[in-house]
Ligand binder design. Structure first.
Ligand SMILES: Nc1ncnc2c1ncn2[C@@H]1O[C@H](COP(=O)(O)OP(=O)(O)OP(=O)(O)O)[C@@H](O)[C@H]1O
Ligand SMILES: [Mg+2]
Length: 508
């Protein structure tokens, strides 16, 4: 029987307190490239011990804390990938800690546990950033099945800013497709992956997989063990982009960190920097980037010292960059310097034969993620997918598959589960029974076929929540999605408003 000693209350690593050979063996499991970290906060030592044991086997390094104080001390030392917090603790309420965690820069995945969770506290916890509230008794295996995908997802999303190479499978998802066009892209990736200093320019329509290609260039080559850092040139204003990329010296501008800061180029030394939407870069920064490409050195903002780094630049754009050059908005010399090794990612409609493999891949993936039984497309559904034009390319196909998995309750996706323009008429039949379009809760008066999938989905969720008086379990059953997916969608659509709380309070 595993014993938890007093060290736990101090947030000391559980492994340090056990001399158990069994646990030590688990920690050294050879095929494990990265272990996730978990802090579990609960006053019940038996529960702590069980969770620690099971989650250790599942690849987590677990710390335990028996009250809020111990949890805070542990968190001050290091933020774990995930935190599981009991609602009632000897020195206060778990929700306070959930709230504190939300403000952390590297916010962990948070799960709350509670003996008798009522709707109001569930809505509050989710609003404060918890992924879910689990009713006790909680089986450690169930905790693992929720935490593993959540932590891996979070890690995947943070991947551009992480030390690369820690988890190659997550950092470099497979590129699906067998047509000649995508095989040619794969060949080009293999070739440039072997020339680690060549600059790469990736062009292609939105959603074709440019970032995926960029990751492959990095992770298939010699730089794979070094960082892959991504930055979107369209998302930041010129000054912030410059500071993020090149770093800055102390006091170089108002609001700057007192000690100055390394930029991405320095942090990525030895690795790659992915400049997404390079076509949006301002002329001033284009000049500074060109100088870096020519000399492999640069100055921080407000700095005088030349800093030398070894970084491969991978740039991407969904614009016709050459048109921008002709128009004078993009420097010709920079274009040629970037265009050393161009890769053009084809639109999905140019390689329709890949639709089936991609759709099957996404169906499998979402069925696992959303814990559904869906496993195949009916021949009619597949024909529709193959005939569609896919203006949003692979991303649109991916979203279509996710939607199909959410709305399909059986094992086979039928045309009515596909939210394609061709099938929206079917969809209107299904939805209009309970939701007359003219009285759509979001106030949209458009006929269904002219509305976006998001807005239809939002309306459906609003309706079901209202019908079930915010009973999350019933609503999620009725919608055919699990509770965490529903919470995530409520959050995305801003449905955890005061109105929701009033509704929740009424039933909770
Ligand atoms: N060949 C492929 N195999 C598997 N998944 C793919 C493929 N191409 C794209 N995807 C997936 O489609 C989505 C969109 O891809 P990605 O973000 O790389 O596109 P993008 O070209 O960078 O889009 P944007 O121009 O909008 O930034 C991602 O989820 C990606 O993993
Ligand atoms: Mg992209």
């Amino acid at each position: 029987m595993l014993q938890v000693d007093a060290g736990l209350a101090e947030g000391v690593s559980v492994h340090a307190t056990w001399a158990s050979a069994e646990v030590a063996a688990v920690v050294q499991k050879p095929d494990m490239t990265t272990r996730h970290t978990l802090l579990i906060v609960d006053a019940d030592p038996t529960f702590l011990a069980e969770v620690t044991h099971t989650l250790s086997v599942e690849g987590f390094t677990v710390r335990g804390a028996s009250d809020l104080g111990a949890a805070r001390r542990s968190l001050a030392e290091k933020t774990p990938d995930a935190v599981v917090i009991e609602q009632r603790l000897p020195d206060g309420l778990g929700i306070d800690l959930v709230r504190e965690l939300r403000s952390k820069a590297d916010a962990p995945v948070v799960i709350m546990t509670a003996m008798f969770p009522d709707t109001k506290s569930v809505v509050e916890a989710v609003r404060e950033g918890a992924l879910d509230v689990l009713e006790k008794p909680v089986f450690p295996e169930r905790l693992a099945s929720i935490l593993i995908p959540a932590v891996e997802d979070a890690r995947h999303n943070k991947a551009p800013r992480n030390e690369a190479g820690t988890n190659p499978d997550l950092s470099r998802p497979p590129i699906i497709g067998d047509t000649g066009l995508i095989a040619a892209v794969r060949d080009q990736i293999a070739r440039v992956a072997n020339t680690p200093s060549t600059t790469v320019l990736i062009q292609g329509e939105s959603g074709t997989g440019k970032e995926l290609v960029a990751r492959a260039v990095h992770f298939d080559g010699k730089r794979a063990k070094r960082p892959f850092m991504a930055i979107n040139c369209a998302a930041l204003n010129e000054n912030i982009l410059e500071a993020e990329l090149f770093g800055y010296e102390r006091g170089s501008f108002t609001g700057a960190n007192a000690n100055g800061k390394q930029g991405l180029l320095e942090s990525a030394d030895g690795g790659s920097v992915f400049l997404d939407e390079i076509g949006e870069m301002s002329p001033g920064l284009q000049a500074k980037l060109l100088r870096f490409l020519q000399e492999s050195s640069f100055k921080r903002v407000g700095g005088v010292k030349d800093i030398r780094v070894d970084v491969r630049i991978i740039a991407a754009t969904n614009r016709e960059l050459w048109d921008d050059v002709k128009r004078g908005s993009f420097r010709k010399d920079l274009f040629f310097r970037l265009n050393v090794m161009p890769i053009r990612v084809p639109a999905l409609r140019e390689r329709r034969e890949d639709v089936k493999a991609l759709a099957d891949h996404f169906l499998r993936r979402f069925a696992i993620d959303l814990r559904k039984q869906v496993s195949v497309f009916s021949p009619d559904a597949m024909r529709m997918l193959e005939a569609h034009d896919w203006p949003g390319n692979v991303r649109e196909l991916r979203n279509t598959c996710e939607y199909a998995v959410i709305v399909c309750d059986g094992t086979t996706v039928e045309p009515r589960h596909l939210a394609l323009p061709e099938t929206r008429a079917d969809l209107s039949v299904t939805v209009s029974a309970s939701a007359p379009v003219a009285a759509s809760p979001s106030g949209s008066l458009l006929p269904l076929r002219d509305r976006s999938l998001r807005s239809v989905e939002e309306d459906l969720i609003r309706l079901v929540l209202a019908e079930t008086k915010f009973n999350i379990s019933r609503a999620s059953r009725q919608l055919g999605i699990n509770r965490s997916t529903l919470y995530a969608k409520m959050k995305a659509y801003g449905l955890e408003t005061d109105e929701a709380m009033v509704g929740a309070a009424a039933v909770g």
